[in-house]
Structure formats: structure tokens, C-alpha cells
Design a protein around this ligand. Structure first.
Ligand SMILES: Cc1cc2nc3c(=O)[nH]c(=O)nc-3n(C[C@H](O)[C@H](O)[C@H](O)COP(=O)(O)OP(=O)(O)OC[C@H]3O[C@@H](n4cnc5c(N)ncnc54)[C@H](O)[C@@H]3O)c2cc1C
Length: 557
């Protein structure tokens, strides 16, 4: 099978790219699950953009850079913020219905702008509290009607086809598509493409508790790294402060927008603690809020805290947050009268495959957009609702760059080897996969979570090396399955997060190490980039880590 453009991932970044690439050639879109399953589909709060006349690009940029703790790339921030409104108009033209201000005429496009933590203005366009679902509805409909796009569901990319791996003379290396597993039949096929986009989303499944859907196992970052693409800033994992805490609720997120509308965080004893941590209290950026909750839970031994919006008018709460209201009711919590039990959970990966301002990676013909990429927009911390914006802007930019590349470069697809299953046989030991999967996720939660320390990181480094060895042996012995591919990917992504966290010997943005609680602009005001094949020198780094003391408490607030 072959095409001009292959898109691995069918969320906002992938489908934006696909629609625009289809104007210049044939497109295959791979989806690990069925459309519209993706993180995009669960985005509640909305998409940030300068829309009101009282707002400005400068203010949106300033808020983004402020959250990013001086690691954002200013030119990237500027271009994303400036291109945002035009890209949102594309979505509106496609039929996306964002919520309007009460009583306004739809023709006037007078949208209800929400405000979220870290934003100095109301600038979040939303579709009540199910923004992603509405965006995906419009995009999926458009893609289904596009004859140049073929969507292959339940098809999982295993690895990229890099010519230099088969032919040493092929320099610089180029990507010519991917090996793909049909999750229903178990067959592996080769799909050749002249340009490939990685749009596989995030890596929340690396952690025990996450707001992410099951598809978010960091496949794209792992594939990119194995293909030779440098990966950056993986230590900056955003933990969403407020996931519903309930045994039957699987990763249900309680949007930041609740805090924007006045919801208060309280300990089980009723104490409203946020103003002790930050003068912005509930409106502080989410890393500060997540750390505060984590600290309250650890110090007092609580299993969760509460988020309380019951003081607002019930009618307003039901109208503004219909999905959250309905979902919580399913679990017996009426948010108009009761506080919501919440815990933090891994939510967003700021790092990823390093790209330029057009989504191009270091490997020719390979692009990355959306959460899988590290474009320089987020720096050390993502400002709320900037990720949908990034996926949209870079999905668009990468499609233009890929189209231009194929227009100027007519090199035919070279001969590519078929998938070689080697000596692999069916496994009767799938328990190895479940065991390692659980171990990695727990290890990451306990040792590489919201609060890190040198000792915890050193332990995690040693454990992941052992697990990697075991997985490598298993991987080549048995026929691959979706679970095994994901296990191999989360193990690699975990290793990349641990190494990046070990490298950064300071606390900045989302990375908090109790042994280096201060920010150090002299040494660390730079991205952490891991280059495939480059030695990590674990001996020296780990020795240093092991000789540092850990366990210092969180500084008093
Ligand atoms: C609960 C929740 C709420 C959020 N709320 C907001 C919000 O309000 N505003 C905001 O800006 N951001 C929000 N985010 C973050 C935002 O939704 C994501 O960062 C963004 O949607 C990522 O888009 P994407 O296109 O990069 O990836 P996704 O939308 O996650 O899509 C990834 C796609 O890749 C596919 N895939 C993965 N691996 C493979 C593989 N190996 N082979 C084939 N296909 C593969 C998946 O099946 C999926 O189709 C939220 C995230 C979550 C989880």
C-alpha cells in the first residue's frame, strides 16, 4: 500500500494536516482506535486565542511565556498566537459551533470567551464543556467527505521506515512511511509514503494516574527517537490538578474552567488552602495548583481534596458545565450542591520530537505536530488551552511544508523491505506484558511524579534499565501485539523522561526536584535535548545523584 502523505494519528493535529494535504495528493490516516477516539475528543475547556478587541497578541504571548518559565521559544510563541485566530476561523468555516454569548446572533460570531488559570484575559473559545468533541465532530465529517483521504481504523504504526537503516548510503536519512499492525487480524503491513506526519498525541499512559485516553502511550515519541530524531524537554510533564476521584470513574477530568468560574479547592476538613501557596489562589497556573494539592495530600495523608462550586447558582452551573454535571451525577455527586472529590493526574507532555517552525524533524520527510512534538511553544509549562491551538497551527504549517517538499522533490519511493517477524512465536506468557506495564506506570508515578528527588530519579533510572532489558528480550521472541508495542513504547518514553529529569538540576516550571528547589538561570535556561545514539554518561550523572541527599521537605509557603 502507498500514498503521498501518511498521517499517524487522527486527533486535531492529524486531521488538520490530512484535510490540507489532501488538496495536493493521496492521504492515508492511521487511527489506533476508531474515530474520533483521541485526547482531542475529551478536551473540555477550549482553545485559547486572541478574539476580543480588549485582548492583544502581546498579552497572549506574555501569558504563554510566563507559564513557560523562560523556556518558550519567543518566535514560535509569536507565530502561534498570531496565526491562531485565522486557524480558528478555518474550524468555524468547517462547521464547528463554539458557544456564543447569551442572546447574541450566530452571524455576529460573538463568542462566549472563558478565562482559565494563567490567562490575563477571557480568551478561551469553547463549546460548552465539550469543546474537543465538537471540533472532532466537524473535522471527522469533513475528512469522511474528502475523496483523497483514506482513514484506516484500528491500525497501529509500529516503527517508521527509515532508508538509512536498510541502506547505509542513504544520507541524510529519509522516512518513507511505516510498518503498521492491523489490531484485528494481527497482520503487519508496510505502508509507503513520500511524507509522513507523526500526530500520535501524548504519553499520559506512562503514569499510573492520567487524564489521557488509552491511546496516549507515547508511540510517536518512541518511534521518532528510534528513527534518529532528537527528543526535547521530556521532564516537563503537566499534572492536571483535578481529576475526579472515584473508584468507577476512569480518568474523568474536572476542567480548569470551574476554577475560572469561582470553584474553591478545600481540604476534607474544609480549609481553603490555595491562597497560602500563591496570591492568585485557584487561578494560579496548574503546576502550582497540582503541587499544592499533592503537598496537602502527602502532609495530611488525605486520599483526595475537594473542588467546590456549590456556592454558584445551580442553573448557571448546569448550563456552563453540562457534561461535568451529568458525569458527576452518574457517580452520585451533584456538583450544584456538593463538593467534588479530586486528585491530580498526568495530563500533558510538553516535550516531544523536536521540530522546526514548520513541524519538520531532523529526519527528512518526517514531520510531527500536536502533543507528540516539541515545537518550543510551551517551554517548561503549558498555558491552559494552548495545546489545541498548537495542534491546529502546526497541523496546518506542517501540511504546507510537506506539500512544498513533495512538489519540489520528486524522488520515487525506494525499495523497502517487508516486515520480518524473525523467530517470533505466539506467546503464552502475556502476564509479562501486564506485569511490566503496571510496574513502569507505578514506578513513574512514585519516583518521577509531581515532586522528584535525586534518590527517586536514580532508583527509577536503574529500574527502567532492567525493565527495558526484559522487554527487549521478550519483544523479539514473541509475535507482536498492540499491548506489546505499547509496552515497548512506554518503557522508552519513561526512560527519556527519567534521563531528562536527571539532567535538569534545578526546579523550573513543571519539573520540581526537592534537592534543587531553586531555578538556576545561569546553567539551565535551556532545553533538555536527548539525541539518539549520543552517550548519556549515566555513571558520572548517577554517582553524583546518589551522593546527594534526598528527602528535604517542600519549602514552607
Ligand atoms: C481530558 C483532557 C482534556 C483536555 N482539555 C484541553 C483543553 O480544554 N484545551 C486544550 O488546549 N487542550 C486540552 N487537552 C490537551 C489536548 O486535548 C491534547 O494535547 C490535544 O488534543 C492533542 O492533539 P493531537 O492531535 O496531538 O493528539 P490526539 O488528539 O491525542 O490524537 C492522537 C491520535 O493518534 C493515534 N495514535 C496514537 N498512537 C498511534 C499509533 N501507534 N498508530 C496509529 N495511531 C496512533 C490515536 O489513536 C489518536 O487518534 C486535554 C487533554 C485531555 C486528555
Amino acid at each position: 500500500m502507498r500514498c503521498d502523505f501518511m498521517v499517524i494519528g487522527s486527533g486535531l493535529a492529524g486531521l488538520t494536516f490530512a484535510r490540507k494535504a489532501a488538496q495536493a495528493g493521496s492521504v492515508i490516516v492511521l487511527s489506533k482506535d476508531r474515530l474520533p477516539e483521541s485526547a482531542t475528543n475529551y478536551a473540555q475547556g477550549g482553545i485559547a486565542s486572541v478574539w476580543s478587541p480588549q485582548d492583544s497578541f502581546e498579552e497572549h504571548s506574555k501569558d504563554t511565556m510566563g507559564a513557560g518559565a523562560d523556556l518558550c521559544h519567543a518566535e514560535v510563541v509569536d507565530l502561534v498566537v498570531r496565526e491562531g485566530p485565522e486557524r480558528i476561523r478555518d474550524l468555524i468555516a468547517l462547521g464547528t459551533n463554539f458557544s456564543l454569548r447569551a442572546g447574541s446572533d450566530p452571524e455576529d460570531h460573538d463568542y462566549d470567551l472563558a478565562r482559565e488559570g494563567g490567562h490575563s484575559r477571557r480568551r478561551i473559545l469553547h463549546a460548552t464543556d465539550a469543546t474537543g468533541r465538537e471540533i472532532m465532530r466537524a473535522l471527522v465529517e469533513a475528512v469522511r467527505h474528502e475523496p483523497n483521504i483514506r482513514v484506516l481504523e484500528r491500525q497501529m504504526a509500529i516503527d517508521l521506515l527509515i532508508d538509512a537503516k536498510f541502506d547505509r548510503a542513504a544520507q541524510p536519512p529519509s522516512c518513507w512511511g511505516a510498518y503498521v499492525l492491523d489490531l484485528d487480524s494481527g497482520a503487519v503491513r508496510r505502508i509507503a509514503a513520500r511524507a509522513t506526519l507523526l500526530a500520535t498525541g501524548g504519553a499520559g499512559k506512562v503514569y499510573l494516574y492520567t487524564s489521557n485516553p488509552d491511546v496516549a502511550s507515547g508511540d510517536g515519541v518512541a518511534m521518532a527517537y528510534r528513527a534518529g530524531v532528537p527528543v526535547g524537554n521530556m521532564e516537563f510533564i503537566q499534572f492536571h490538578p483535578t481529576c475526579l476521584f472515584h473508584q468507577q470513574a476512569k480518568s474523568f477530568l474536572i476542567s480548569e474552567a470551574l476554577r475560572g468560574e469561582g470553584a474553591i479547592l478545600r481540604r476534607p476538613d474544609g480549609d481553603a488552602f490555595m491562597s497560602r501557596y500563591d496570591p492568585r489562589a485557584e487561578l494560579a497556573p496548574r503546576d502550582i495548583v497540582a503541587r499544592a494539592i499533592d503537598n496537602e495530600m502527602k502532609v495530611h495523608g488525605y486520599e483526595h481534596v475537594y473542588l467546590d462550586i456549590s456556592h454558584r447558582e445551580p442553573q448557571f452551573v448546569r448550563q456552563r458545565f453540562p457534561s461535568i454535571h451529568a458525569n458527576c451525577l452518574r457517580f452520585g455527586i451533584d456538583i450544584t450542591t456538593q463538593p467534588i472529590p479530586v486528585v491530580p493526574a498526568a495530563h500533558y507532555c510538553c516535550g516531544g520530537a523536536v521540530t522546526d517552525i514548520n513541524g519538520a524533524t531532523a529526519v527528512r520527510r518526517l514531520f510531527a505536530a500536536g502533543e507528540v512534538a516539541m515545537t518550543g511553544l510551551h517551554g517548561a509549562n503549558r498555558l491552559a488551552s494552548n495545546s489545541l491551538l498548537e495542534a491546529l497551527v502546526f497541523g496546518h504549517r506542517a501540511s504546507l511544508a510537506a506539500r512544498a517538499l513533495l512538489h519540489h522533490d520528486r524522488t520515487p519511493v525506494p525499495a523497502l523491505p517487508d516486515w520480518n517477524p524473525g523467530r517470533a512465536v505466539n506467546s503464552d506468557e502475556s502476564v509479562v506484558v501486564t506485569q511490566n506495564w503496571d510496574e513502569i506506570r507505578r514506578l513513574m508515578w512514585n519516583y518521577v511524579g509531581i515532586m522528584r528527588s535525586n534518590r527517586r530519579l536514580a532508583r527509577a533510572f536503574k529500574r527502567i534499565a532492567l525493565l527495558q532489558e526484559e522487554i527487549r528480550e521478550y519483544y523479539w521472541d514473541f509475535l507482536i501485539t498492540g499491548d506489546l508495542i505499547e509496552l515497548r513504547n512506554i518503557a522508552l518514553v519513561a526512560e527519556l523522561i527519567i534521563k531528562s529529569a536527571i539532567r535538569r538540576r534545578e526546579s523550573r516550571g513543571l519539573h520540581y526536584n526537592i534537592d534543587y528547589p531553586q531555578r538556576d538561570d545561569v546553567h539551565w535556561r535551556r532545553d533538555t535535548v536527548l539525541v539518539p545514539g549520543e552517550p548519556f554518561s549515566p555513571g558520572a550523572e548517577l554517582d553524583a545523584l546518589l551522593h546527594h541527599s534526598a528527602g528535604a521537605p517542600l519549602p514552607a509557603h
